[in-house]
Write a new protein. Structure first.
Ligand SMILES: [Zn+2]
Length: 440
C-alpha cells in the first residue's frame, strides 16, 4: 500500500495519539512549543518497551557492549572537535517582513514567504546546536551546548571504558538518550523535532574490518526491524551519496520508512572512520589511542555507528499498527502492536458491573495477573462491546472477561484483539496464555 501524502491517515494517527494518551503537544495550554512533544502514559509505556527491547538486543544480551548515560550538556570544545560548530548547519532563508525562517533546501524554487508573501532573504547557514549559558551572568558565563548527537558522549568516554574494562576489539559503547537540534521548520509530528530520543552505539573496530562489520550491522538493523513488527516492504535502504553524507562519514546507509507524509529516514548506519577519536586527541591533547594486544601497536580504532530514532520508531509503529476493519457488523479502529511492545498487555472485565459476585471475582483475577504482568487494566465501564473497542484502540492484545460460568468452572473468556475470537481458558492457565513473546 502506498502511503505517500496520505494526510488523512496522518490526521487519524495524531488525533488518536492525543485522545488516548500516547502523544500530547508539549506545553499545549500555552499554545505549544514548536518541535516538542510529550509522551502520555500509553506513549511513554510504548517508548519504554521499545527502548528495553533495544537495550536487551544490542547491549545486555551481548558481551562486547558497554552501556552508558552521558551528560546532555557538553562543552564547546567537544563540538569544535567533532566539527559540529562548523558543519552542523542547515541552509536557511528568512522572510524580510514577518521574520519567519525556512529551510532553503525545502523551498522548491519558491521565492516569497508562504505566510505573508514577503521577500525572502539570501541564503544563510544556520547552526543547529542549542547553546546553553552556564553560570551566573554576574560571574561571567561560559557557553556550552545541548548535545546534537549521542555519539560524542561515547567518544569522550572511550578512554574511561578502556581503562575500566580493558575491552578487546571489536567492542561498542551504547546509550539511549535525548539529543537536540534547533530545527528551522519542525514538522510532521514526531518526525522533525527539536528535542528527541535516540538509541545508538559506536562500535570500535580495526580499520581492515570495516566492510565486514558494516555488513554485519546492516543485517542486525534488519533483524531489529522484524522484531518490532515493521514490515520490510515499508523500509528502504538509501545509499547516501558522498556530497550528502555527514562530514565524518565514509559510507552511510539510511533506512527509510514509508510514513504517511512520504519516505523518510528512520535509522542510519555510518562508517565514521577514526575521525572523531583523532579529533578529540588533537583538541584535548590527551592520548586516547588504544593498545591493540594482537599487534602490540597503539592504534586509533575505526567506528561503525548504527543510529535508531526512538520517536521516529514510535511514529512508524503507530503508522504500521493502525488498522480499520469491520467486526460483527461494526466498524472499529485497532492498533495491531506486537505483544512485546503493546503498552497494555491485557484488560480484565466483569461481564456485568452490577453483579457484585462477578466484580469481586474479576478483581481477584486482575490482582492475580498483575503480580506477573504489571501492565494490565481493569475496566467495568459501559457494555462489553464498548470496552473491547476502547482496548482495541490502544492495541491491547487480549481482553479477559469474568462471567457467570467463571463462578461455576473457574474459566474465563480470552478475546484476541486481531481476530475478535474468544476462547475459554482456565484461570490457572491464564498467565501463561497471556504471556507475550519475550524479545531476544
Ligand atoms: Zn513572511
Amino acid at each position: 500500500m502506498s502511503r505517500k501524502n496520505n494526510s488523512s491517515l496522518m490526521e487519524k494517527i495524531v488525533s488518536l495519539a492525543k485522545r488516548r494518551g500516547f502523544i500530547y503537544q508539549s506545553s499545549e495550554i500555552y499554545g505549544g512549543l514548536a518541535g516538542t512533544w510529550d509522551y502520555g502514559p500509553l506513549g511513554n509505556e510504548l517508548k519504554h518497551n521499545i527502548e528495553q527491547l533495544w537495550w536487551r538486543r544490542f547491549v545486555s544480551s551481548r558481551d562486547d557492549m558497554y552501556g552508558i548515560s552521558s551528560s546532555v550538556i557538553m562543552p564547546e570544545a567537544v563540538w569544535r572537535a567533532s566539527g559540529h560548530l562548523e558543519g552542523f548547519t542547515d541552509p536557511m532563508v528568512e522572510c524580510e517582513k514577518c521574520r519567519r525562517r525556512f529551510r532553503a533546501d525545502h523551498l522548491d524554487g519558491v521565492k516569497d514567504c508562504s505566510f505573508c508573501g514577503g521577500k525572502l532573504s539570501a541564503e544563510k547557514t544556520f547552526n543547529l546546536l542549542f547553546p546553553v549559558e552556564m553560570g551566573s551572568a554576574v560571574g561571567g558565563t561560559t557557553t556550552a551546548y545541548l548535545r546534537g548527537e549521542l555519539a560524542q558522549g561515547m567518544f569522550v568516554n572511550f578512554k574511561n571504558i578502556v581503562n575500566s574494562f580493558h575491552p578487546k576489539l571489536p567492542f561498542g559503547i551504547a546509550q539511549i538518550g535525548k539529543a537536540f537540534r534547533n530545527e528551522i521548520n519542525p514538522r510532521d509530528f514526531l518526525f522533525r523535532v527539536r528535542e528527541f530520543d535516540l538509541a545508538e552505539f559506536e562500535y570500535f573496530i580495526r580499520e581492515s574490518d570495516w566492510e565486514q562489520q558494516f555488513e554485519y550491522w546492516r543485517e542486525q538493523i534488519w533483524q531489529w526491524i522484524d522484531q518490532i513488527g515493521l514490515s520490510r516492504e515499508r523500509v528502504h535502504e538509501l545509499e547516501v551519496p558522498e556530497n550528502d553524507r555527514a562530514h565524518y562519514s565514509k559510507r552511510t546507509i539510511d533506512f527509510e520508512y514509508d510514513y504517511p507524509f512520504g519516505r523518510k529516514e528512520l535509522y542510519g548506519l555510518a562508517y565514521r572512520t577514526d575521525y572523531d577519536l583523532k579529533k578529540h586527541m588533537e583538541e584535548s591533547g590527551v592520548d586516547i589511542s588504544y593498545l591493540d594486544q594482537e599487534s602490540n601497536e597503539k592504534i586509533i580504532p575505526h567506528v561503525i555507528e548504527p543510529t535508531f530514532g526512538i520517536g521516529r520508531t514510535v511514529f512508524a509503529i503507530l503508522c504500521e499498527s493502525y488498522q480499520e476493519d469491520t467486526l460483527s457488523g461494526e466498524k472499529r479502529v485497532f492498533l495491531k502492536f506486537p505483544k512485546a511492545i503493546a503498552p497494555v498487555k491485557a484488560a480484565v472485565f466483569p461481564l456485568l458491573k452490577n453483579k457484585p459476585a462477578l466484580v469481586e471475582r474479576a478483581k481477584d483475577v486482575y490482582n492475580m495477573i498483575k503480580k506477573e504482568i504489571p501492565e494490565i487494566m481493569f475496566d467495568d465501564n459501559g457494555n462489553i462491546g464498548k470496552r473491547y473497542r476502547r482496548q482495541d484502540e490502544i492495541g491491547t492484545p487480549n481482553c479477559v472477561t469474568v462471567d457467570f460460568d467463571t463462578l461455576e468452572d473457574n474459566t474465563v473468556t480470552v478475546r484476541d484483539r486481531d481476530s475478535g475470537k474468544q476462547k475459554r481458558v482456565l484461570i490457572s492457565k491464564l498467565v501463561s496464555r497471556l504471556t507475550f513473546e519475550k524479545g531476544t
